[in-house]
Design a binder for this molecule. Structure first.
Ligand code: GLN
Length: 391
């Protein structure tokens, strides 16, 4: 597909004098956690080619980890920037919902979708974020909130009250827990206050996300009818056959699964029991986070529960794949900003620390990330592919 116009994100990068090297691989319609549901085939993780780079923006992450580009963009509906950043040893930031215009981005779940940035350093992430954020008349959900120059907020060593939900820590294995504790100890040594809190949300965030996101996706994808957009079956005899065959041929397996789930939870008999209930839980989740941010500046969790999984690890069990988003989806459901930073290892492979902030307080996340980067510099770790000499 060659787009006839530029997305606002793309236009802003051109306006800033950046050179776009190319499009990167991703899961079809941004649905997935492994970049294994792409029409173009899977992408591998530059740290271990037998493993996935994460998804859905896995190509953007892999390109950086392989040393092919200094910076890239992605979209994050439930973790698709932070989870690949975690698996590929990168900084990945999903700003607050509305911070960056969605104009020109193909809609997956419109109330959750948000563009963001992959980078090797906090400073690079801050620089690009400052370029991309801001209100856009072409996206009515983009925010009027003032955009600071994020790169100016990196120097200070401001001290923060950091909350750590014990439930996410408990979900890690012993090696993951030791790594996470090591980072928390560093934060304490730097003078930050680290407090364990009860945030018992892990049982319902995945079901809530996987009700709301497919519901919105099924509605957004209704436009792909073979008439106006996308693939069109050429030999249909009736209009119904045209719709049916175009959609059957044009959508991949995971996208069809989402459409089925979405139309099911929105159907007359189940709307109240599933979709309406998920919206209520989303509201509750926002309140739980707002309450937590009355006493704390940042919530810290692992971004993922381990390093990247092997290709095909979850092929027969899509729900197991959905659970790799356990730590990230709540941030989208609550419209908050989140950043993943590459400070941990699991079995010799990278996995990230996630910092979650108040709405529109990306500056605090970037400042804290920059402080951690000064204390635990991560630049000396490169993927084997990035280390190979270019002949
Ligand atoms: N893995 C999640 C999903 O498949 C998140 C995707 C995303 O953030 N685009 O829905």
């Amino acid at each position: 597909f060659i787009p006839p116009y530029d997305a606002t994100v793309t236009q802003k990068m051109y306006d800033a004098g950046m050179v776009l090297l190319g499009k990167t691989n991703m899961d079809e319609f941004a649905m997935g956690s492994a970049t294994n549901h792409s029409y173009f085939g899977p992408t591998s993780n530059p740290f271990d080619l037998n493993r996935v780079p994460g998804g859905s923006s896995g190509g953007s992450a892999a390109a950086l980890a392989a040393g092919l580009a200094p910076i890239s963009t992605g979209s994050d509906t439930g973790g698709s920037i932070r989870q690949p950043a975690s698996y590929c040893h990168l900084v990945g930031i999903k700003p607050t919902y509305g911070r960056i215009s969605r104009y020109g981005m193909i809609a997956f779940a419109s109330s959750l979708d948000q563009a963001g940035v992959f980078a090797h350093t906090t400073e690079d992430a801050a620089l690009l974020l400052s370029i991309l954020c801001g209100v856009d008349e072409k996206d009515s959900t983009s925010s009027y909130e003032e955009v600071p120059d994020f790169s100016k907020s990196l120097e200070s060593n401001q001290l923060y009250r950091i909350a750590v939900p014990s439930s996410f820590f408990a979900a890690l294995d012993s090696e993951g827990q030791a790594e996470f504790r090591r980072v928390l100890t560093t934060l304490e040594q730097m003078g930050h206050t680290v407090s364990w809190i009860d945030l018992p949300i892990q049982d319902y965030v995945i079901p809530t996300y996987y009700t709301i996101a497919p519901a919105e996706a099924s509605s957004n994808l209704a436009r792909y009818d073979g008439v106006r957009y996308g693939h069109r079956h050429e030999n249909a005899h009736t209009l119904e056959e045209l719709y049916s065959l175009s959609r059957t041929e044009g959508f991949g397996e995971e996208v069809k699964r989402r459409i089925l789930m979405g139309t099911y939870v929105l159907s007359a008999g189940y709307y109240d029991a599933y979709y309406q209930k998920a919206l209520l839980i989303r509201q509750h989740l926002k309140q739980v986070f707002a309450k937590t941010f009355e006493s704390f500046d940042i919530i810290a969790t692992p971004t993922t529960l381990s390093a990247a999984f092997l290709h095909n690890a979850h092929d027969t069990d899509p729900v197991a794949m959905y659970y790799s988003d356990l730590c990230t989806v709540s941030v989208n459901l609550a419209d908050l900003p989140g950043i993943s930073i590459p400070v941990m290892q699991h079995q010799g492979l990278p996995f990230g620390l996630q910092l979650i902030g108040r709405p529109f307080d990306e500056a605090t996340l970037l400042n804290c990330s920059a402080q951690i980067e000064r204390a635990l510099p991560w630049h000396s770790t490169h993927s084997p592919i990035a280390m190979q000499e270019v002949v």
